[in-house]
Design a protein around this ligand. Structure first.
Ligand code: MN
Length: 208
């Protein structure tokens, strides 16, 4: 059974950047439904029993039934992506990356502001529902990208890049407060990012 990440903060804790009702609905309804639907699909796929979600998402092609493959892609993606999203948010944020992650960001992107601009552009220009990502490979190389729907970088390149930060740009992530102004939500998102958590994930993937 896959289980939703337990939140370490209240639904209201990310105010005013992410509002209480959005958090309640997003975590309590959307994320809960992806998780329940993933468990329902996996219960019909004995080959997947005991596998980690990362492994399942990297090997979607091994699911031969097309309807079940789609169910695992959409709901497994939704489960994994939101477990990451809610884990890398924290009240008040931790304003910017530090340490080895910051060094790598400076080397690859020219600094945190430049990275933020790249991620914001990807988030704002993703057509329809999807995500913008910062990912790392096992050597600590960073990649920025975006994906539609509940896809993520694990589903590409044999899972070479593992996401360490994800910006949810589905309308359910922002529409109650920001309406059509996605860019305002993306700006607010960066106010509540837990860069310490992102850096910890970078370290566990790359050893850096
Ligand atoms: Mn979402």
């Amino acid at each position: 059974m896959f289980e939703q990440l337990k939140l370490t903060y209240d639904f209201s804790a990310l105010e005013p950047h992410i509002d209480t009702l959005t958090m309640e609905t997003h975590y309590g309804k959307h994320h809960a439904a992806y998780t329940a639907n993933l468990n329902a699909a996996v219960s019909k796929l004995p080959d997947l029993a005991g596998k980690r979600i990362e492994e399942i998402l990297t090997n979607l092609a091994s699911i031969s039934d097309p309807a079940l493959q789609t169910a695992v892609r959409n709901n497994g993606g939704g489960f994994y992506n939101h477990n990451l999203y809610f884990a890398i948010l924290t009240p008040g944020g931790s304003k910017a990356p530090t340490g080895s992650l910051l060094n790598k960001i400076e080397a690859e992107f020219g600094g945190y502001d430049a990275l933020k601009e790249k991620l914001s552009t990807l988030a704002n220009s993703q057509f329809g529902s999807g995500w913008a990502w910062l990912s790392s490979d096992a050597e600590g190389n960073l990649k920025v990208s975006s994906t539609p729907n509940q896809d993520n970088p694990l589903m590409q390149d044999g899972g070479k890049f593992i996401p360490i930060l994800g910006i949810d740009v589905w309308e359910h992530a922002y529409y109650l407060k920001y309406r059509n102004l996605r860019a305002e939500y993306v700006k607010a998102f960066f106010e509540v990012v837990n860069w310490d958590e992102v850096a910890a994930r970078y370290h566990s993937i790359s050893g850096r």
